[in-house]
Design a protein around this ligand. Structure first.
Ligand SMILES: *[C@@H]1O[C@H](CO)[C@@H](O)[C@H](O)[C@H]1NC(C)=O
Ligand SMILES: *[C@@H]1O[C@H](CO)[C@@H](O)[C@H](O)[C@H]1NC(C)=O
Ligand SMILES: *[C@@H]1O[C@H](CO)[C@@H](O)[C@H](O)[C@H]1NC(C)=O
Ligand SMILES: *[C@@H]1O[C@H](CO)[C@@H](O)[C@H](O)[C@H]1NC(C)=O
Ligand SMILES: *[C@@H]1O[C@H](CO)[C@@H](O)[C@H](O)[C@H]1NC(C)=O
Ligand SMILES: *[C@@H]1O[C@H](CO)[C@@H](O)[C@H](O)[C@H]1NC(C)=O
Ligand SMILES: *[C@@H]1O[C@H](CO)[C@@H](O)[C@H](O)[C@H]1NC(C)=O
Ligand SMILES: *[C@@H]1O[C@H](CO)[C@@H](O)[C@H](O)[C@H]1NC(C)=O
Ligand SMILES: *[C@@H]1O[C@H](CO)[C@@H](O)[C@H](O)[C@H]1NC(C)=O
Ligand SMILES: *[C@@H]1O[C@H](CO)[C@@H](O)[C@H](O)[C@H]1NC(C)=O
Ligand SMILES: *[C@@H]1O[C@H](CO)[C@@H](O)[C@H](O)[C@H]1NC(C)=O
Length: 430
């Protein structure tokens, strides 16, 4: 069968949700950036507190989701200096424990409001992400890990425990509780922690109203509340005061209201991920080009109506965007041509809009494109297979659903290698 024949009989399609929620791994699994300093002997009561915390957990390999997980608490031995333990960092001058990173440490157990951990009043950073995970909740795609403990629970944290933590750890600058089940609303007392810089509560089953006061914490650089599904809230105009904010990740929640204009003044914003919420309003797409550091922009699947004022924009320097998600944003007309100048682009989602015209050839100049999702628009015309073959890194191509596109066999077609992982579906391309 010729390549053309093959392509005529299949539609190029995919499940958009799968593509874009893959950012979960980069968003929620903390990197191993633990630094240990041991210039000072640890305080005995802090050492004891950590040891009894350790004893309240079992170690189970399947309790963590990250394939690079390992049991950090194994190095916690009473006769040694706690400042040298894996995941522990002490203040160089006072010797007090200031940082605990037990992310992906294969801990299985639970934590109470009276946890000895809360006696560590000098704590500035706490990361308990990805422990005690319930493996029956992991999708088939990731469940390649051996499930030797299949009915494990995710680490649970009652809201009273969280409140106790907030009350006792006034100096917290970083708090990461990704994949820890909280199943409650966030305590408003969180806004009392005025030193906070990084907050990450990804997939914690948080619900209710997001404490708006969090957007008044002046030193914030990183906010990640992805995938809580029932967490609601709005972005206040005062978000424009958070001049150090670099990452705002609210993917897959029920935030609503308009995106405040003041947000476009956040010069240090690198990630703006509002995927799948209920943000609304009519907004010029070009506004986002003011965010000069922007690397990830995902506005897909809200109730936004985006428009492009100009096919060409009058900006001299475009942000270094690598991932652009504008699916389901009510975009009309032809694809803005400035997208072609986003040379670093590796993922582009424009599905489920009303974009029309031919597929611009400039896509084929974006050498790093791995995901191109144009499904469910009203594109028409032909695509030369020769051009497609220039996208050497393309793994997901999605063109079906409403588009009227034909493939043309070029002169060089016999040498064309179609990207290997196009998710083919046996339906017509029209
Ligand atoms: C994480 O850091 C610890 C301590 O520096 C090291 O022993 C371990 O091998 C690292 N793990 C990974 C996956 O890099
Ligand atoms: C902490 O409180 C729980 C009940 O909330 C109790 O069962 C447990 O024994 C207490 N632990 C300690 C160390 O006091
Ligand atoms: C693990 O999760 C599954 C699916 O949500 C649930 O049915 C099961 O009861 C959970 N296991 C435990 C021990 O909670
Ligand atoms: C903490 O926050 C609560 C509610 O936001 C507030 O009523 C209380 O005064 C705050 N406490 C301190 C010590 O700032
Ligand atoms: C915010 O950061 C600045 C600069 O690092 C620091 O001086 C200030 O104390 C911080 N504010 C709070 C409330 O921690
Ligand atoms: C924060 O932003 C709001 C609204 O943009 C503004 O009225 C207020 O003065 C700002 N507050 C500070 C402390 O800068
Ligand atoms: C483009 O922007 C520059 C500087 O911001 C301005 O001087 C110029 O008039 C603009 N051109 C158009 C066509 O809007
Ligand atoms: C896009 O690139 C073209 C050609 O390299 C250039 O002429 C044009 O000014 C660029 N536009 C923007 C908005 O960068
Ligand atoms: C494409 O990716 C490679 C490897 O990450 C990088 O070196 C190169 O600069 C990228 N190309 C563009 C145009 O950004
Ligand atoms: C066909 O392939 C050759 C060699 O790779 C190339 O030089 C030529 O430009 C191609 N022709 C077309 C029409 O793409
Ligand atoms: C196809 O590839 C073969 C071997 O790499 C080469 O000899 C031939 O010229 C190519 N055909 C075209 C049309 O480029």
């Amino acid at each position: 069968m010729t390549m053309m024949g093959l392509l005529h009989s299949v539609a190029l399609s995919t499940q958009f949700l799968l593509i874009f929620s893959s950012s979960l791994f980069t968003n929620c699994l903390t990197l191993n950036d633990s630094t240990t300093t041991h210039h000072h002997e640890c305080h005995q009561h802090e050492s004891n507190a950590l040891l009894s915390f350790k004893q309240s957990f079992f170690i189970s390999k399947s309790a963590s989701y990250n394939t690079f997980s390992y049991p950090k608490t194994v190095s916690w031995i009473p006769t040694t200096d706690c400042c040298s333990w894996d995941g522990i960092e002490c203040d160089e001058l006072t010797g007090h424990v200031i940082s605990i990173d037990l992310s992906s440490s294969q801990l299985y157990g639970s934590m109470d409001a009276n946890s000895t951990l809360f006696s560590l009043v000098h704590l500035q950073s706490l990361d308990l992400s990805d422990n005690g995970f319930n493996h029956s909740q992991i999708s088939a795609r990731i469940a390649i890990l051996k499930l030797d403990f299949p009915f494990i629970n995710r680490l649970q944290l009652k809201v009273s425990t969280l409140q106790s933590l907030i009350q006792n750890s006034r100096r917290l600058e970083q708090l990461r509780l990704n994949f820890v089940t909280i199943s409650s609303s966030l305590p408003h007392t969180l806004t009392n922690l005025t030193s906070l810089q990084k907050l990450s509560f990804c997939r914690c089953e948080l619900h209710g109203e997001f404490p708006i006061g969090i957007f008044s914490l002046a030193n914030l650089t990183y906010l990640n509340f992805a995938e809580n599904r029932n967490l609601q809230g709005t972005l206040p105009a005062s978000i424009g005061n958070l001049t150090n904010l670099a990452h705002l990740i609210l993917e897959d929640n029920v935030f609503h209201g308009e995106i405040p204009r003041s947000l476009f003044g956040l010069e240090n914003l690198v990630t703006l991920d509002l995927f799948s919420n209920f943000f609304e309003g009519r907004l010029a797409l070009d506004m986002f080009l003011k965010l000069k550091m922007l690397n990830v922009l995902d506005l897909s699947f809200n109730k936004l109506s985006l428009f492009s004022q100009n096919r060409d924009v009058n900006v001299t320097i475009l942000p270094p965007i690598q991932s652009l998600g504008l699916s389901g944003c009510n975009l009309n007309g032809e694809i803005p041509t400035w997208i072609m100048n986003l040379t670093a682009l590796n993922s582009l989602g424009l599905s489920r809009n009303n974009l029309q015209g031919e597929i611009p050839y400039f896509f084929f100049r974006l050498e790093n494109l791995t995901v191109l999702d144009l499904i469910h628009n009203i594109f028409e015309g032909q695509i030369e297979l020769d051009m497609l073959s220039k996208l050497q890194k393309l793994t997901i191509l999605s063109l079906g659903g409403g588009n009227k596109l034909y493939f043309l066999e070029g002169k060089n077609t016999s040498n064309v290698t179609i990207p290997s992982q196009i998710p083919f579906q046996k339906t017509s391309i029209h």
